[in-house]
Design a protein around this ligand. Structure first.
Ligand code: COA
Length: 361
């Protein structure tokens, strides 16, 4: 239940025994343009070696001028629906930090462009934890019998908010979209989305922020600093929080599910930074080979990060049906969350870098 103390706590949720949300389609989509570390080092005071050593990132995909988050979301969503062999879902959720507009939400437009006008459609905003919050929202719609099927899309175009001259953020973030289709099923079947742990701590609002553009800025008289339009991050503090919050949330989820770290076949964390991911795995006592990593080829793609990592691992056969998979994420807010599921059998399709990555049960 909500926190009543000064200490932030997590909000645990349990699956219902009689009905569960089951993963039945997965897809990733990346804009074709690739920006390498070498390209960045031509315009920023940085080097490929520095970026690789500090973040593990080698390249990232960047949207073309004029390409908005909904364009990426539609591409991923279309492939996920095709993978699930579905033309219709009851609800569409888009989770993003870079919506097309501050009003209205991006999801209704995405739904209509997918031929889903009439479906419930709304956005979820939890920065890099968005996919886990979106997954909990989608699963809750299904277990509460509000919907029988949901399309959940994590999509972000960080290139539209990052200052291209800021070497501390421009090297980290990339653009992309990942989508899953969930259907009503049984809690015991593979693909059933299991236990969740969700949490937040708003006292850390300033650690990851875009200061301008919201009601706080518009209700304050005086000129806006042009820098406030850009994404700002206190890297060192974020690093520390990311490690401790993801590890703690992963542990909380294991406790809820009555599982041990040894029971986990794959840990799929939000792809923030390779050092962060390795430290989380180390902290949990999880062997490094069970860690799923694709940050080297896509960077930090925000809400798209986990579904893109899942699509990448699935097409590379890193994820096998029946494996116990633990998802964990941390993001601005501060927010964090984790989810446990058993991987379903999905037919083979294209890799996300091959402008696809669709898989279906
Ligand atoms: N290239 C070269 N040098 C850089 C640089 C870059 N791209 N960015 C920063 N530096 C410099 C700094 O200016 C500093 O120089 P100084 O020692 O002369 O002052 C030096 O490198 C060390 O900077 P520091 O900030 O201590 O580096 P770091 O090891 O903490 O790495 C981050 C910086 C941003 C990579 C790291 O803090 C990080 O990954 N944080 C978490 C980011 C994240 O994952 N965010 C998303 C969470 S959802």
């Amino acid at each position: 239940m909500p926190d009543t103390t000064d200490q932030p706590v997590s909000f645990p949720t349990q699956p219902r025994p009689d009905r569960a949300a089951v993963l039945c389609g997965l897809a990733g989509w990346l804009p074709p343009r690739i920006v390498t570390n070498e390209e960045l080092s031509q315009r920023l005071d940085t080097t490929d070696a520095w970026i690789r050593t500090r973040t593990g990132i080698g390249r990232r995909h960047i949207a073309d001028p004029g390409q908005a988050t909904s364009d990426l979301a539609v591409a991923a969503g279309r492939r996920a629906l095709a993978a699930a062999s579905r033309e219709h879902v009851d609800a569409v959720i888009v989770t993003t930090t870079t919506p097309d507009r501050s009003c209205p939400a991006t999801a209704p437009l995405v739904a209509s462009r997918l031929g889903l006008t009439g479906a419930a459609a709304f956005d979820v905003s939890a920065v890099c934890t968005g996919f886990i919050y979106g997954l909990a929202s989608a699963a809750s719609l299904i277990t509460a019998r509000v919907a029988d099927s949901v399309l959940l899309i994590g999509a972000d175009t960080y290139s539209t908010i990052v200052d291209p001259q800021d070497r501390t953020t421009a090297i980290i973030f990339g653009d992309g979209a990942g989508a899953v289709v969930l259907r009503a099923g049984d809690a015991g079947e593979p693909g059933a989305v299991g236990h969740f742990d969700l949490g937040s701590d708003g006292t850390g609002e300033e650690l990851i922020t875009v200061a301008a553009g919201g009601s706080r800025q518009r209700s304050t008289p005086g000129p806006v600093d042009p820098g406030d339009e850009h994404f700002a991050m206190r890297g060192k503090e974020v690093y520390r929080h990311a490690v401790t919050r993801m590890a703690a949330s992963a542990r909380a989820t294991l406790t809820l599910a009555d599982c041990k770290v040894d029971d986990i076949d794959r840990l799929v964390p939000h792809q923030a930074n390779l050092r962060i991911l390795r430290t989380v795995a180390d902290d949990l006592g999880l062997p490094a080979e069970r860690l799923v990593v694709n940050v080297d080829t896509v960077g930090n793609t925000g809400a798209a990060s986990i579904p893109l990592a899942l699509a990448d691992a699935d097409t590379k056969h890193t994820l096998q049906p029946g494996e116990r998979v633990l998802l964990t994420a941390f993001g601005g807010g501060l927010t964090w969350g984790s989810c446990l599921l058993t991987w379903p059998a999905l037919p083979r399709t294209r890799h996300p870098h091959d402008s696809g990555g669709t898989r279906a049960a």
